[in-house]
Design a protein around this ligand. Structure first.
Ligand code: CMX
Length: 440
């Protein structure tokens, strides 16, 4: 058994037992009430899920196991000469609920390096797609192709004790996380670089190796950007579409490959992760409409109003939970201030940040006029010459694996059941509401 699994088997399973006892003792505690509006508004604000890895506060943003992003920047270990904490350390924190030492972080990285062998048929599946297939479609299909490797599915077929579910989920999740950068980079190089692939470098950390396989390995600041990017996109509690999809599909005891592929299909929606490619296109369309150059703040305001008038959303702005600037946006802004303060596109993104909240704030139906994580990321990537916008969501997806798969291991350790909310018809609602009204 590897070190991390061994530790989870002791500490994690012990904690899962304590949590089960807590649920047993407090099972009848009333958490809230909900209305017809709550049901029709996509269940916003209704507590219906347990996610251990992170918690989102509407005003403050995400906390991973109680630690905010600025705190993590100080508390998580970095490599010597680097200022960006490694995603390996964040994964350890999310899984183990304790801050990693440098050795803990290093151990996670070497564990992934050993597991990072992608079977050849996965590359064949990617190669079989027409080159103009959206990278997220290729990514989801490649994850499905890797399902042949599922140890959970194999063990279940043989007949496995419920107590062992977490163990095989752990194996599949670790293998998947280890292999995703290679798969994603293969899709990138096949789609945009004439199929000239770059072999992994096992000496590099997970994010830097991803940068290297994409073809940006010579640029140290790109590697730093990738460490930061992989860290900030990793988790956003349990109700967002990708996290919820992982949990929901996993609740049928579909293995981590099936569950994570479902998550990626959700992330590929423009109201979720695909917004990162939409943002950059929206900004470039704005520039193109004005004949190039840097738009004035007045022109930005007019373009925002025109977009809304045309019945479209401003990508990168708004959020289902957040009601302030997303700290993941701020983290990227700080990175850009350090590495590319004079970049024109980055400066346009900052100008939009100056204007958009006040314009969107005048539209009463919009609950959050502030930027989310996707408002900034594209401009960072374009700065490094990565102009293949359709690939951006794949990078988000690689990072998102860290949180949702750590959560899936917890789901199985806690023995969480099949998710099956009740649905009703409008007719049922009408009858029930009128019967209730008649009785008062
Ligand atoms: N631009 C224009 N209209 C917006 C808007 C925006 N950025 N954000 C919200 N609205 C509109 C909604 O479309 C909705 O309009 P209708 O009632 O006509 O349908 C209304 O305002 C109310 O929406 P809300 O309650 O404020 O927001 P939701 O919780 O329903 O949706 C989100 C949240 C993110 C989908 C929405 O803000 C949006 O579409 N933003 C743009 C897309 C985006 O950036 N998505 C990425 C989110 C982060 C991520 O998951 O990666």
């Amino acid at each position: 058994m590897d070190k991390l699994k061994n530790k989870f088997a002791e500490q994690g399973i012990q904690k899962a037992t304590e949590i089960r006892e807590f649920i047993k003792a407090n099972g009848d505690f009333v958490l809230g009430q909900y209305t017809l509006d709550s049901v029709y508004s996509g269940e916003k604000g209704m507590i219906g899920l347990i996610t251990e890895t992170s918690l989102l506060d509407a005003e403050e943003g995400i906390r991973f196991r109680g630690h905010s992003l600025p705190e993590l920047k100080k508390k998580l270990p970095c490599l010597q000469g680097s200022e960006e904490p490694l995603p390996e350390g964040l994964f350890y924190l999310m899984l183990m609920d304790e801050l990693p030492t440098y050795d803990d972080m290093y151990e996670v990285g070497s564990n992934w390096t050993k597991r990072a062998i992608v079977p050849n048929h996965v590359f064949d599946v990617i190669d079989a797609f027409p080159v103009n297939t959206h990278p997220m479609t290729q990514f989801s299909a490649a994850i499905m192709a890797m399902q042949t490797e599922s140890e959970f599915a194999a063990a279940y077929r043989k007949g496995m004790n419920k107590k062992d579910y977490w163990d095989y989920t752990f194996e599949d999740s670790m293998n998947l996380i280890a292999r995703l950068p290679r798969v994603a980079a293969y899709i990138y190089r096949k789609t945009y670089k004439n199929g000239v692939h770059i072999e992994p470098n096992p000496k590099l950390d997970w994010a830097a190796n991803f940068a290297h396989m994409l073809g940006y390995g010579d640029n140290e600041s790109f590697k730093e950007m990738m460490r930061m990017y992989m860290l900030i996109h990793a988790d956003h509690e349990g109700g967002n579409v990708s996290a919820h999809a992982t949990h929901l599909v996993g609740s049928a005891l579909s293995d981590p490959y099936l569950s994570f592929s479902a998550a990626m299909n959700g992330l590929a929606g423009p109201l979720h992760g695909l917004a990162n490619q939409e943002v950059i296109r929206w900004v470039l369309d704005l520039q193109a409409e004005l004949g190039g150059g840097k738009p004035s703040k007045k022109q930005i305001e007019e373009y925002i109003l025109k977009t809304i008038h045309d019945g479209k959303v401003i990508p990168g702005y708004g959020h289902a939970v957040l009601r302030k600037t997303d700290p993941r946006f701020t983290a990227q802004m700080e990175f850009a201030k350090k590495y590319m303060p004079n970049d024109e596109l980055v400066n346009i993104v900052w100008d939009i940040y100056d204007i958009a909240p006040s314009v969107l704030g005048t539209i009463s139906k919009i609950k959050n006029p502030w930027p989310n994580v996707d408002a900034h990321s594209g401009a960072l990537l374009v700065h490094y010459g990565m102009n293949e916008y359709d690939f951006y969501t794949v990078m988000f997806g690689v990072s998102r694996s860290l949180g949702v798969l750590a959560s899936l291991i917890w789901d199985r350790a806690l023995g969480l059941p099949l998710e099956r909310p009740k649905s009703v018809t409008v007719d049922w609602l009408k009858k029930t509401i009128s019967a209730k009204k008649a009785s008062v």
